[in-house]
Design a protein around this ligand. Structure first.
Ligand code: HEC
Length: 149
């Protein structure tokens, strides 16, 4: 019969606890898929640098710190952060009188706020922006139609 070494058993239990706490602490961490991570980084680059041939503004002009901090309009008026944006879409937009998805909202900001050429639905550019904005909400509970943070 195999004798059980209490030290080895204790170490195994410790290792299991360490593994579990690492797993728990990484739920909101960057995604593991390298191709998806690449799209997120492309989206971040577009968000911080791209004018979409518009008035010179970029997304970050209003959505500060990559969208993670509360935003500010050019006239100084405060707007919410994008920290849970992907979790509150789709939502009903009273002004447009219709339900908006996250890609609808991003295209709308490109046209209205940047006065630029909105990236086409299904394009790599729009998908990258959606991937980046969604990455900010990673781990947040879905709250369709809820309040932006
Ligand atoms: C001139 C300022 C301005 C710029 C530049 C701008 N936005 Fe916005 N954005 C707003 C305002 C104001 C709102 C909230 C009002 C609304 O729904 O239109 C908003 C809302 C959003 C939301 C929804 C937030 C939520 O939780 O409801 C997303 C996502 C978003 N913007 C993404 C972008 C992206 C991506 C870009 C760049 C292509 C961009 N915005 C550029 C002003 C701006």
């Amino acid at each position: 019969m195999k004798t059980i070494n209490p030290w080895a058993a204790g170490l195994r239990a410790l290792a299991a606890t360490a593994f579990l706490s690492v797993a728990a602490s990484t739920t909101a961490a960057p995604v593991a898929d390298p191709q998806l991570e690449k799209a997120i980084q492309q989206g971040k680059d577009l968000f911080t640098h791209h004018t979409f041939n518009g008035n010179g503004r970029v997304c970050e002009t209003c959505h500060l710190s990559g969208g993670t901090a509360p935003g500010r309009l050019p006239d100084g008026k405060a707007i919410p952060s994008l920290a849970n944006a992907a979790a509150v879409f789709p939502r009903f937009k009273a002004r447009q009188g219709k339900v908006f998805t996250l890609p609808d909202q991003i295209r709308s900001c490109t046209e209205a706020a940047l006065e630029g050429r909105a990236p086409a639905y299904g394009s790599d550019e729009l998908n990258a922006l959606v991937a980046y904005v969604t990455s900010l909400s990673q781990g947040k509970a879905i709250d369709m139609g809820g309040k932006p943070q």
